[in-house]
Design a protein around this ligand. Structure first.
Ligand SMILES: C[S@@+](CC[C@H](N)C(=O)[O-])C[C@H]1O[C@@H](n2cnc3c(N)ncnc32)[C@H](O)[C@@H]1O
Length: 369
């Protein structure tokens, strides 16, 4: 019988010693055959493990299409425009965006092409089947990662939903007057935590983000986030980057009141008390440090155009639709409320908007004056 992911991890720990948590998280989510995401099981939506703004319905895609239209107009109608999504899951957001372009923005449909960055072959197959009909109207290309995406001088509208929160994190804990790093070990046939003194890279992160040195304080940092935004900025000559996710500024994220960090595990819509159990069968996630994306983005040539919660951003984007003389259908209103109501995604989720080489002084209308 094939080994389970638990057995694979157990063997690796027995052979090589305790594993850093970000390495464990990488395998738990992205092990080629057995990872939570790469196994090809349904993860988002009612039938999956958790809801995301995308899984509430097509309105998010429609609103992104309005932002795209404004971007296109700002560039005075370029002859071609690349849309690019990373972390597309089964392709629902791409579907809703392209569908909205075809129905409501015919000037865009002849100009755009979609590029999906997807390393997981089973997800590529699911995306291809979900987007098959739209592909008759809009060209779609797949690339395993950013290194294959070559927009050259074509303007890019890059968007992602709940991508960064699923990048692996290192976990630090202040204990007995020093920063320790949390590793995963094997004890009596189960996975367990073991702490080791933090190395200099992790200590540098604790200093950069001024993380409180309070006994027991726990915090996560995400090694791949800075590199991701730097690489993205290098790839794009002109464009707009929309990062939709749950998270906050560094000051809020590492506030003394957030003592236990934000690492979460969830399965079948139920939070799990232990991130180490059932590897490959539960999601692992931590909130996004938006300050990091902003600061690293600015160092790499991006302009910060706004960081807004869903409630503020999407209500502004939807204003032309809501003021239209036709009332929006009941189903649309319900979906819009899910996205914007403070009890659903309205306050937990934010949109970071960054730009590269856009007209001087231009601000998207999503951003309050
Ligand atoms: C929380 S799910 C969000 C799915 C979808 N965007 C949504 O909002 O419903 C995170 C997704 O990001 C994907 N992901 C994580 N790291 C990635 C990477 N480096 N490249 C492409 N996709 C990635 C995962 O495979 C997973 O499909």
């Amino acid at each position: 019988m094939a080994a389970s992911l638990f057995e694979i991890l157990q063997k690796e720990i027995q052979e090589h010693g305790p594993m850093r948590f970000d390495h464990f998280m990488e395998k738990a989510l992205y092990h080629p055959a057995l990872g939570f995401y790469s196994s090809g099981q349904i993860r988002t939506g009612c039938k999956g493990d958790f809801l995301t703004p995308v899984s509430t319905g097509p309105v998010l895609g429609q609103l992104l299409a309005l932002q795209l239209q404004e971007f296109y107009a700002t560039l005075e109608g370029p002859p071609s425009l690349f849309l690019c999504e990373q972390g597309a899951d089964r392709g629902f957001l791409a579907h809703d965006l392209l569908d909205s372009i075809c129905k409501f923005h015919p000037d865009l449909s002849s100009v755009v092409q979609l590029h999906i960055l997807e390393p997981c072959p089973t997800l590529v197959q699911q995306q291809k089947s979900h987007l098959a009909k739209l592909q008759n109207n809009i060209p779609i290309y797949w690339h395993p990662d950013l290194s294959f995406f070559k927009p050259n001088s074509t303007p890019v509208f890059f968007y992602s939903s709940e991508l960064i929160d699923s990048f692996p994190v290192r976990v630090a804990r202040f204990f007995s007057g020093q920063w320790m790093e949390r590793f995963v070990t094997e004890k009596e046939g189960r996975l367990d935590w073991v702490d080791r003194p933090a190395d200099k890279d992790l200590l540098a992160q604790m200093d950069i983000w001024k993380i409180p040195r309070t006994e027991g304080f726990t915090a996560e940092v995400r090694p791949s986030a800075a590199k991701w935004i730097q690489t993205l900025s290098q790839k794009i000559q002109q464009g707009m980057i929309l990062t939709l996710d749950y998270g906050m500024s560094a000051q809020e994220l590492y506030h003394p009141s957030r003592f236990s960090g934000t690492l979460m595990s969830i399965s079948r819509h139920t939070p799990s008390p232990d991130p180490l159990i059932n590897p490959g069968h539960q999601d692992l996630t931590a909130h996004v440090n938006f300050t990091e994306l902003i600061e690293e983005g600015e160092k790499s040539g991006l302009t910060t155009l706004g960081l807004l919660d869903f409630s503020a951003a999407l209500i502004r984007l939807a204003t032309p639709l809501l003021h239209d003389h036709q009332p929006m259908p009941e189903k649309w209103i319900r979906n819009f409320k899910h996205l914007t109501h403070p009890a659903f995604f309205g306050k937990s989720h934010r949109i970071l908007i960054q730009g590269k080489n856009l007209p001087v002084g231009w601000r998207p209308s999503i951003e309050p004056l």
